[in-house]
Write a protein that binds this ligand. Structure first.
Ligand code: ACO
Length: 453
């Protein structure tokens, strides 16, 4: 699996001279994202593309080829794969569509057979590519730039995966990898789970899935995995399941079965893509809470109540203790030191920082949600700077900020500093919920794994 993510050399087979074609775009992305290994365009027409000498066949390339990205029409793929096999290519990512997803099973089986014969692994077919940010490898035809981070995204949907590449960029969500799995003819979710489990650059794995090929193998792979796995499982409804079946040919199965299995093996299920990243962001940045007591600090009663509702619904425990009276020091007499701690609309940056310091210093408090409504007395960007300065990183802190453009900018500033910040109090609470859920699942997983040994 190494060769898909940390190859020393990459060949793009079907690298086109025409900038509008997919093979050209993949080559352009590889070159522009800053990949440091060797890059070889392959096209029988020869010549030069984007300043690179073009080889007429992969076998003409002088050095070794670890990864070949194949973007030629499906009927040409077997012949290209034979050539890759003779060359000794290690991994092949097949972009081309036109296989099992359109009923062309035979062609897909032939491709796998050829790969097995030569000891190559196949990613796809029917994929948009693979990217691994620590190696500055963007072998996709998605957006050129990908923000570096600790979340690995595995997508069974092509177009959605590409869209998420752009979306994560604007939302300041950092990725370690993005992998399109397409028809999963050879490389499976399980292979990728194992790879990312051992990858020091990945802290959380997010999967967009429509179905699994081998339920038992998936369960085993999750059990032996030591990292949080967040799954967006599409096809929840009966009609959605039918749509999934015609999209990727997945047997969606009963959604209740998936739900039960996820819970049994400790997979965090997200209802929406947004939800998945709300949770993944916190899981990738924050430490595990030592205990269950959460404190909400707010300058607005309203969002405090919304967050409290969400906490109750999500099962996030709000702390009640006499030591909460310490918060009195940072609020006017009409504030409330009961949880949610309301430091009132008069709160400025100093009041927030005072409250944050009190929460950080109290060993009975295990996680903190800091909420903010934009006011003239507390500038959001100054607040973000204050949080960055004051937060000591020892227990989880999530932030929710509601307001206008400056508030949005403050949210981005916090996120790029690794402090999860959201534009809704419910999201902040759900992020904490994910941390508590993962703590429970981590223990459950290692116990189940030990039991199977
Ligand atoms: N070796 C190397 N290059 C070759 C070979 C060969 N044996 N044979 C032909 N080529 C060259 C062609 O000459 C061409 O280069 P040129 O433009 O310089 O002449 C290049 O390979 C591409 O071949 P075309 O026949 O022009 O094919 P095109 O680029 O139109 O399409 C593609 C190829 C992209 C693989 C297409 O068949 C396909 O499958 N598209 C769908 C891809 C896709 O959507 N995948 C799923 C992604 S996820 C999602 O849903 C978004």
């Amino acid at each position: 699996m190494e060769f898909f993510f940390r190859p020393q050399s990459v060949a793009v087979i079907g690298a086109s001279h025409s900038p509008s074609k997919i093979g050209h775009q993949i080559l352009r992305n590889i070159l522009s994202y800053g990949y440091k290994g060797k890059v070889y365009p392959v096209n029988p027409k020869g010549g030069e593309i984007l300043g690179k000498k073009v080889y007429r066949s992969v076998e003409e390339i002088p050095g070794d080829v670890d990864l070949a990205v194949v973007a030629v029409p499906a009927p040409l793929v077997p012949e290209v794969l034979e050539s890759c096999g003779r060359k000794g290519v290690k991994g092949v990512a097949i972009i081309s569509s036109g296989f099992r997803e359109v009923g062309n099973r035979e062609l897909e089986e032939r491709v796998v057979e050829i790969a097995r014969k030569h000891g190559m692994r196949v990613l796809g077919p029917n994929i948009f590519g693979v990217a691994y940010t620590p190696a500055r490898l963007n072998a996709t035809f998605g957006p050129e730039n990908i923000q570096k981070g600790k979340i690995a995204l595995i997508s069974q949907s092509g177009a959605l995966g590409i869209a998420l590449m752009g979306w994560t960029q604007t939302e300041e969500i950092g990725l370690s990898a993005i992998v399109s799995v397409g028809n999963k003819a050879d490389v499976s979710d399980e292979d990728l789970l194992d790879f990312f489990d051992s990858d020091p650059e990945t802290r959380v794995i997010v999967i967009y899935m429509e179905g699994v090929h081998d339920g038992r193998a998936f369960m085993e792979a999750v059990r032996r995995n030591g990292k949080p796995i967040v799954v967006i499982k599409a096809g929840r409804s009966e009609r959605g399941a039918k749509a999934a079946a015609s999209h990727t040919g997945s047997l969606a199965g009963s959604d209740l079965v998936y739900d039960g299995v996820f819970r049994q093996v400790g997979v965090i299920r997200a209802r929406t893509v947004r939800d998945a990243f709300v949770m993944a962001r916190a899981l990738s940045e924050l430490p595990e809470p030592r205990g269950e007591n959460t404190v909400i600090i707010t300058n607005g009663g309203g969002i405090g109540v919304l967050a409290t509702d969400a906490a109750q619904e999500e099962g996030v425990k709000l702390y009640d203790g006499p030591d909460l009276a310490a918060f009195r020091r940072v609020m006017p007499p009409f504030g409330s030191f009961r949880n949610p701690v309301d430091i009132t609309g008069m709160a400025d940056v100093d009041s927030y920082m005072g409250a944050l310091e009190i929460a950080q210093a109290n060993p009975n408090i295990h996680s903190m949600a800091l909420l903010y409504c934009e006011t003239a007395v507390c500038d959001p960007l100054e607040l973000a700077e204050g949080i960055k300065r004051t937060y000591d990183g020892r227990k989880p802190l999530v932030v929710a900020m509601v307001g206008g453009e400056r508030t949005e900018e403050a949210i981005r500033a916090l996120n790029s500093a690794g402090i999860p910040a959201y534009d809704a109090p419910e999201d902040a609470v759900r992020a904490l919920k994910a941390l508590y859920l993962w703590k429970k699942y981590r223990k459950k997983r290692s116990k189940q794994f030990a039991d199977t040994q």
